[in-house]
Write a protein that binds this ligand. Sequence first.
Ligand SMILES: C[S@@+](CC[C@H](N)C(=O)[O-])C[C@H]1O[C@@H](n2cnc3c(N)ncnc32)[C@H](O)[C@@H]1O
Length: 228
Amino acid sequence: MQHQKEFCRFAEVYGRYNLVQERVAQALAKRVEGGCRRIVDIGCGSGTFYRAYEHPFISYLAVDISEEMLALHPQRAGVEKMVGDFDDPALFKRLSKRDFDLLVSSSALQWSKDLDLTIGRIASLKKSTALAIFTSGTFASLHKVAGTESPIRSSEETAGILKKHLDAKIDILKYKLYFKDTLSMLRYIKRSGVSGGERRLTYLQIKRVLENYRLPYLEFEVVVAIGK
Ligand SMILES: C[S@@+](CC[C@H](N)C(=O)[O-])C[C@H]1O[C@@H](n2cnc3c(N)ncnc32)[C@H](O)[C@@H]1O
């Protein structure tokens, strides 16, 4: 999958390009009550949610498909790292044998190949759940200018899947990130790991974006679900 390659390639500089993911993780962490002591974080990356979660914990299982990203995740007493794929039922079989009380995923599940199946598997674990999932509202104006389609699901589709499987409170968060010029925006998109689609822009599309994108910011949209 193209986006996974990107995460590995930029893993070392990722920390400087995840400003929005940081804000998303903070918004998610704020919505989680402090009572959960055993946490599983799927698509944990370099530990953005781990850093945002300020409550004490007994165990923190950090799961990611990329060993390069896992290597960047903080390691301390109680933290265990596991290579795992949230599109693979084997991960959920392993998790069902674990003792934990909160399943978290921040800024990762937009890349699930079949979100309906993945959320269904998460729901079958019957644990408290806190999820933040990017939607096609991310870079919406830029896609319009480039004449491209977002590679990720809309907020309606994402929220519909979440409501189908979880008894959850759902919010839609919107962010804007400002840049000094369009070139730095495109560089951010390539490196941030938020969207896997922009690397597929043709030379002509990039030229069109550079000429016609008049907004000084990029837009981001995230569906947040807190529930069971
Ligand atoms: C945008 S990053 C977010 C990382 C972190 N949760 C954060 O908030 O910054 C998405 C993460 O999902 C991981 N990922 C992508 N596809 C995955 C899959 N199928 N299973 C597990 N992790 C996956 C990537 O390796 C990457 O670390």
